[in-house]
Write a protein that binds this ligand. Structure first.
Ligand code: NCD
Length: 321
């Protein structure tokens, strides 16, 4: 499904999380992103919406698809895009991050796209600069563009979001993707089930307003969408799962567990995937069910939409004076 972008005004200077967005804000971004999908499939992809603008991508944490996607999005809109890859070891929290922000700020960037291992660090940085800031993932807090691209993928495949049921499975405790998705789905009327062992659920999960299951066959029953998450070993101190083999046995998505979902249920994964750990390779590559590469495609369009609305708001402010 494609939709004409609405004329909704986007009332935010930064994009720090789904938490601050209303349903009309989200729908506006999805409609706008929809129009970029068609443009991105053309041979000539370049626009001049961001001509003269400078976008700096600051990734304090490893990334392939998110960084590339933001870079392509900025370039296709005509911005000058700079990639900074500060080695995590050289960056300390607090003052050092603010110092980095002040340094960059002095160069008059228009948009900063920031990924950081600490929850809240992107907001801290946003408070210290004049540029519009986009959160590209902060710790286990939020990853708003991922939730938007997931929503766009679902809406284009199934025609709607509201009334659907999605099962988000796996390492939810450490996942900013899960957090942003839960917030977005709750806002747009998608029913959410979390499926994970108790050790991989966030504390106070009952406050999320979602159903919780510890068993895949119960959690996946009749769902429209199965969203798998990576086991984020780098965020785990100590042992959260007995072994990867045993984890796959109980929580890995294979055809056997998938059989209880709706017959045409979509399979999603934000990537990077651990094949054979949280998802069986054959299921991940199932061309009829898996929309994992659609998610990557939608990522560029969603980031173009986010850059466009924030740049539009910059036009009205005197941020560079
Ligand atoms: C996710 C992230 O970095 O939060 N990946 C992504 O952005 N595509 C999920 C993950 O790392 O598992």
């Amino acid at each position: 499904m494609t939709a004409e972008p609405t004329s909704h005004y986007f009332p935010h200077r930064h994009l720090l999380g789904i938490e601050e967005l209303s349903a009309p804000d989200i729908v506006h971004l999805l409609d706008l992103a929809d129009s970029y999908v068609a443009l991105n499939r053309r041979a000539e992809k370049k626009q001049d919406t961001l001509r003269g603008r400078t976008q700096i991508n600051m990734f304090f944490e490893a990334s392939t698809r998110t960084r590339t996607s933001f870079e392509l999005a900025g370039k296709r809109l005509g911005a000058d895009v700079i990639n900074m890859s500060p080695t995590t070891s050289a960056i300390k929290k607090g003052e050092t991050l603010i110092d980095t922000a002040a340094t960059l700020n002095a160069m008059h960037p228009d948009v900063l796209v920031v990924r950081h291992p600490d929850s809240g660090a992107v907001k801290l940085l946003a408070n210290a600069v004049n540029a519009a800031v986009i959160n590209a993932g902060d710790g286990s807090h939020e990853h708003p563009t991922q939730a938007l691209l997931d929503a766009l993928t679902i809406r284009r495949r199934l025609g709607t979001l509201s009334g659907l049921t999605v099962a988000i499975c796996g390492d939810i405790a450490h996942s900013r993707v899960a957090r942003s998705n839960i917030l977005l789905f709750n806002t747009l009327g998608v029913r959410v089930r979390l499926v994970a062992p108790p050790t991989l659920l966030p504390t106070a999960v009952e406050r999320y307003g979602v159903e919780v299951h510890h068993n895949m066959r119960e959690g996946l029953k009749d769902v429209d969408i199965v969203m798998m998450l990576r086991l984020q070993l780098e965020r785990m101190q100590g042992s959260f799962v007995p072994s990867e083999r045993e984890y796959f046995h109980y929580y890995g998505l294979d055809y056997d567990k998938l059989a209880v979902a709706k017959p045409d249920a979509l399979i999603m994964h934000p990537g990077p995937m651990n094949r054979g750990v949280e998802i069986d390779s054959e299921v991940a590559d199932d061309i009829n069910r898996s929309v994992i590469l659609d998610q990557v495609e939608m990522g560029v369009a969603v980031r173009q939409a986010c850059l466009e609305v924030l740049a539009h708001n910059l036009d009205k402010s005197d941020h560079n004076q």
